[in-house]
Design a protein around this ligand. Structure first.
Ligand code: CA
Length: 238
């Protein structure tokens, strides 16, 4: 079954791209290949693949950025294929959410083996969480693929931190998220002891999305624990 998996390859080195297209297709995979990061992100959002293989040195953006942008809305497996071989680069890619890392020059059999591992892992996770890119909650329309947020007809502009906070909560709407979880997700593990960051940014987010910040409907404080983003059916219709 995993042999028919759909693979998105993002690689600007044409000989490698052609080699991957041919050899993966020969193994029965359905391959889509693009040479730029933005094209890869657009393709992934439109036609969600089962696995992404990406180079790091892309003409329009760093492959690490591709990983971060994909991780804003999907847990699909990502394998990095790169000439960068420093441990720091690998750690950074994995920290950003890549599943695996192969250094060029690579062996096809090793790549195929790693792909099978990643696909098996992903199929175990499937069904545990719904993969969605667009959330409609009350008057809010949040599109995690394009990173645009509307409140009714009005577009809401968020800072990078506000966006990360909002998207993290929205992906878990209805679920209580601890302060520690949010601090770790948004600011990183070194900031988990700084709940004041959350208070400041929750206040600015509420000013942008709530009708009445004294009685927030979207971002609900769970006293002493953390926060919960409301589900659509909790928001009053007025
Ligand atoms: Ca490259």
């Amino acid at each position: 079954m995993e042999e028919q998996a759909r693979i998105l390859v993002i690689e600007d080195d044409r000989p490698i791209l052609n080699f991957l297209k041919t050899s993966l297709a020969n193994k029965g995979y359905q391959v889509t290949a693009v040479m730029e990061g933005e094209k890869g992100l657009a393709e992934a959002a439109q036609n969600v693949p089962d696995l992404v293989i990406t180079d790091l040195g892309l003409p329009d953006m760093d492959g690490l950025e591709v990983v971060s942008r994909l991780r804003e809305w999907t847990e699909l497996p990502i394998i990095i294929l790169s000439a960068r071989e420093k441990e720091r680069d690998k750690v950074e890619a994995l920290d950003k959410g890549a599943n695996d890392y192969l250094t060029k020059p690579f062996g096809l059999n090793e790549l195929l083996a790693r792909m099978r591992v990643s696909l098996r892992h992903a199929s175990r996770l499937k069904g545990q969480a719904e993969e969605k890119t667009v959330y409609q909650i009350g008057a809010l329309n949040i599109d995690l693929a394009s990173r645009r947020i509307f409140k009714g007809d009005e577009e809401i502009h968020l800072t990078a931190i506000e966006y990360k906070l909002l998207s993290t909560m929205v992906r878990h709407a209805g679920k209580v998220l601890t302060q520690r979880y949010l601090l770790n997700e948004v600011w990183g593990s070194e900031c988990v002891e700084h709940p004041q960051y959350l208070r400041v940014y929750m206040a600015s987010l509420r000013r942008k999305i709530e009708v009445n910040t004294a009685q927030p409907e979207y971002i609900i404080t769970e006293q002493g624990i953390g926060y919960r983003f409301a589900e659509d059916n909790e928001i009053s219709a007025d």
